[in-house]
Design a protein around this ligand. Structure first.
Ligand code: NAG
Ligand code: NAG
Ligand code: NAG
Ligand code: NAG
Ligand code: NAG
Ligand code: NAG
Ligand code: NAG
Ligand code: NAG
Ligand code: NAG
Ligand code: NAG
Length: 789
């Protein structure tokens, strides 16, 4: 484990609380909640120690209710909501799944959602002045964020000042013997192997299952493709921590969806164990420690300083932020990144670790069972975010393949638990390392919007050299870099692997399910642009086409999924399954038998930030503006775009709030077979599903061995009804209903059918275990910029 220290211990929290209780009473009764909050935060911050350099920016924990009162006292201007929603709608014109979300096929497990209509309804509410504060509006927006069930989707309002509410412990859902339906336990009970650990049967006087299902749908900040995956996301999962820990530089953080919420859920949760004992867990609010809140006197001052884009009203905080950053970075201490595997439940004898492992690098490899089983853990395809480079991940995979082959491993488990993707070319490259002679064929298309046509047309033409006279920011090299794939034709080939004659040929559009899409295309890995982005030549391409040997047979490899897998992880899993025929096992899910889809994060193939699209739009606008030497009209007509088309691009600026932006999935991955329905909406069960057992929570090698057994053909441990489930055969995704609707799955997971080892006695009073003393992990949590309030 990391040598983490709690920024605010329970004791200092109390002293802060005590201060807050005594002091305001002396000053005035009407002290603003945000001022009180700021005082607590400043007080907590002064006591913060940061042992771990990745605990950055650190969170300070303060009283849950004060934070809530502060959050709901941040004002909002309803006319600004209307304007921001208009901007979101413009950004979303390139969101590739708009049409299918509105009208999904029967194979989709979640309810339909009309994103535009939802946003319109928010704007309508704002027009009627119905938003009383910023929190109310962001809650509505965050609910929609959940309902798109797509990890690539994020709408941000730039309210940099955010809160999350944390519980002192995590929960896990485990089966006693792998056969019985799983029950919900306190993570620390299982982790510490408490002999008489008793499952939670009630939360807030409601059966635990129904409480958690409602919670998932109203309090989670991320939605996934199916309820089993959403259930898993509520639980503690070291692999997710592993995958995000590697990138712990402010950009990413892991907190299970139950332990931590951005939607206020009261000051505590009360519950009951099967043995009759009651408990109460207190929420604490976490907030970034880096802000200098000395001048915060009210919700309005937070709005003026951290949300509004109006510079006049803002106090100088940028420089102060910088000072805080410096202050905190001084407290960091160096540590040796590869001396151990610092994650709970992972073995400490890896045969391979990625360079800079645990401070950017995430891939590790292991040998089990007298070397008969090799395990490659890839909790992320992260590259280039911090210290890691794509090449280091590539090298770790190559080393693993060589070492496990040398050791005579018969079965290979590729553990993709917690893998939410990242660098997509690494997904293709990892596939090629296992199967160097197979073509990494994968088709994609985009929503054929007007804006995409403008951007794609301009970038393609410049990239392909038909507007060579252009110089300045948008020269040929730049256009090639920006316009490969989702924003242009450079580096792409047709479904038949032929080069495109023109952008028009690629653009189409093709109408499917009432919306327009480009023609499907694939990457051309022989294109130096694509390889240039990788910074090394992909296995088997360009000057890297020496004769690689395939080390393992597809039938000896098994993929392990826990429902989080998405994005680049989807691309990799899809190639392994549909090109090579590798099988997969999924683990976890709700207490109900039957199949599970292991790849349920997002099956979108590329995410773009609207800020990046705005920058490209601006470049296009600038390059097509009049200059001393030439008339813009001439260049525009040469490129075939009009002034109106340029002006309607999602250009930056003009927002009433700072940092209003969207994360948008711009590419659908689609199967080779028609009809062209994105994989996102098709059903693909794993070949087998396992329940987590207590052993697996304590020691992940139990899980790996169970997965390896399935690769060996032993399916007896699989959950009833989960072997070779619907859509599990290569290239045969299910287009029809799998017979398990969203509502059914939640409903069928009937808590009353769960096994009981102990009778539920009458509750002998609550033992108020406000386990905040053990809240080291929570306290050491850092804040994710990406999360909505
Ligand atoms: C009941 O179970 C909980 C959870 O495992 C445990 O903390 C508590 O001590 C148990 N109570 C009794 C009376 O055994
Ligand atoms: C985080 O990353 C940025 C750039 O990627 C770097 O400048 C900064 O020093 C890093 N911070 C820490 C605490 O490592
Ligand atoms: C915070 O802001 C106040 C007032 O602007 C200033 O006096 C103080 O030095 C700042 N503190 C830090 C740590 O930057
Ligand atoms: C680790 O990161 C550092 C800093 O970015 C880099 O120079 C180095 O090559 C990386 N790899 C190793 C093995 O240290
Ligand atoms: C397993 O492989 C390692 C490395 O190749 C080797 O040192 C070790 O002796 C092998 N163990 C067994 C039991 O074969
Ligand atoms: C193209 O533009 C980029 C960025 O402005 C610049 O770095 C590069 O040198 C330019 N290349 C050519 C060939 O002009
Ligand atoms: C789809 O494209 C056709 C032809 O360009 C156009 O007439 C139609 O309005 C488009 N539909 C949508 C939903 O954009
Ligand atoms: C890439 O180039 C190699 C060798 O030149 C060729 O065999 C292969 O078909 C090309 N791949 C694609 C997708 O064009
Ligand atoms: C990749 O291949 C190209 C063409 O064969 C070569 O020019 C380039 O140096 C190679 N790049 C790397 C990083 O090896
Ligand atoms: C404009 O003309 C000057 C001098 O002829 C030349 O150096 C420059 O590159 C030209 N700029 C553009 C945008 O064509």
């Amino acid at each position: 484990m990391w040598p983490v220290l709690a920024p605010v211990t329970m004791r200092s929290f109390f002293s802060v609380t005590v201060l807050a209780l005594i002091w305001p009473a002396v000053i005035a009764k009407d002290i603003e909640p945000c001022q009180r909050f700021a005082e607590m935060l400043l007080e907590g911050r002064s006591k913060t120690t940061l042992e771990n350099p990745y605990n950055y920016p650190a969170e300070v924990l303060v009283d849950a209710e004060t934070a809530y009162q502060c959050a709901t006292s941040i004002p909002i201007r309803n006319d600004h909501v209307v304007s921001v929603i208009g901007r979101f709608k413009k950004m979303l014109s390139m969101y590739s799944t708009l049409g299918f979300l509105k009208n999904p096929p029967a194979s989709y497990q979640q309810p339909p959602l009309d994103v535009i209509a939802y946003l319109d309804s928010l704007a309508e509410k704002a027009k009627q002045n119905q938003y009383a504060n910023f929190y109310e509006y962001e809650s509505d927006l965050s609910l929609m964020g959940y309902q798109v069930h797509d990890q690539h989707f994020r709408l941000r309002n730039g309210g940099m000042f955010k809160f999350r509410w944390h519980l002192p412990d995590d929960i896990v859902s485990v089966s006693r013997d792998g056969k019985e339906l799983p029950q919900v336990y306190v993570y620390s009970d299982i982790r510490r192997d408490v002999p008489s650990a008793s499952p939670i049967v009630e939360l807030e006087e409601e059966p635990v299952f129904s409480y958690l299902s409602r919670y998932a749908q109203t309090k989670s900040s991320i939605g996934l493709l199916e309820p089993h995956a959403e259930w898993n996301a509520l639980m503690y999962n070291p692999a997710v921590e592993f995958g995000t820990w590697g990138s712990r530089n402010g950009s990413s953080v892991y907190q299970s969806e139950f332990r931590s919420t951005s939607s206020y859920n009261g000051n505590s949760i009360k519950g009951k164990f099967a043995n009759g004992t009651g408990f109460e867990w207190k929420y604490m609010a976490g907030s970034k420690a880096i802000y200098n809140l000395t001048k915060v006197s009210s919700g309005k001052s937070i709005y003026d300083n951290w949300i509004s884009s109006d510079k006049k009203s803002r106090i100088r905080e940028t420089r102060e932020n910088e000072e805080m950053r410096k202050l905190f970075s001084k407290k960091t201490t160096a540590f040796d990144p590869v001396s151990s595997v610092p994650y709970p439940s992972y073995p400490d004898d890896p045969i391979v670790v990625q360079s800079n492992f645990s401070r950017g690098g995430t891939v590790s490899g292991y040998l089990l069972s007298d070397n008969s089983t090799g395990v490659l853990s890839i909790p992320s395809f992260l590259a280039g975010t911090y210290k890691e480079s794509p090449e280091e991940l590539h090298t770790a995979v190559a080393e693993f393949i060589a070492k496990s082959r040398e050791a005579g491993a018969k079965k290979i488990v590729i553990d993709l638990s917690g893998n939410r993707g990242s660098f997509l070319f690494l997904a293709y490259d990892t596939f090629r390392q296992f199967f160097p002679k197979m073509d990494p064929f994968s088709l994609a298309n985009s929503r054929a919007s007007k804006n995409l046509n403008t951007i794609g047309s301009v970038l393609s033409q410049i990239a392909m050299g038909s507007a060579e006279s252009l110089t300045g920011p948008l020269n040929r090299t730049m256009a090639q870099q920006l316009g490969a794939g989702d924003l242009g034709m450079y580096g792409t080939l047709s479904r038949e692997s032929k080069p495109w004659k023109s952008w028009e040929e690629l653009f189409g559009p093709v109408t499917v399910n009432g919306d327009n899409y480009t023609n499907p295309w694939r990457y051309d890995f022989n294109s130096s642009r694509i390889i240039g982005q990788l910074k090394f030549n992909m296995t088997g391409y360009e000057d890297n086409h020496r004769d690689y040997e395939q080390a393992f047979d597809p039938k000896d490899i098994i993929l392990l999924h826990d429902g989080h897998c998405g994005s680049a992880c989807f691309i990799f899993s899809n190639l392994m399954k549909n090109i090579a025929g590798v099988k997969s096992v999924s683990v976890g899910g709700m207490p109900v038998n039957g199949p599970m889809q292991g790849v349920a994060g997002t099956r979108g193939c590329q995410v773009r930030q609207s800020t990046a699209i705005a920058k490209i739009s601006l470049m296009i606008k600038l390059v097509l503006s009049d200059t001393k030497n030439r008339s813009a009209e001439a260049v525009r007509s040469n490129l075939g775009v009009t002034r109106e088309e340029i002006e309607s691009l999602p250009l930056p600026g003009g927002s009433p709030w700072r940092d209003v932006s969207a994360g948008i999935n711009t590419l659908n991955c689609i199967p080779r077979s028609d009809p062209q329905i994105p994989y996102q909406f098709l059903y693909e069960a794993s070949n087998c599903r396992l329940f987590y057992t207590m052993d697996m929570v304590r020691d992940v090698t139990h899980l790996w061995k169970a997965a390896a057994a399935v690769a060996g053909g032993y399916t007896s441990a699989c959950v009833p009804g989960s072997v070779e489930g619907p859509g599990s055969k290569p290239n045969k995704p299910l287009y029809a209903s799998p017979g398990i609707s969203y509502a059914d799955v939640w409903r069928n997971g009937d808590w009353s059918k769960l096994p009981r080892d102990e009778p539920i006695e009458n509750n002998g009073g609550f033992c108020s275990t406000s386990r905040v003393g053990g809240s080291v992990r929570v306290a050491a949590a850092i804040f994710a910029f990406a999360w909505l309030l």
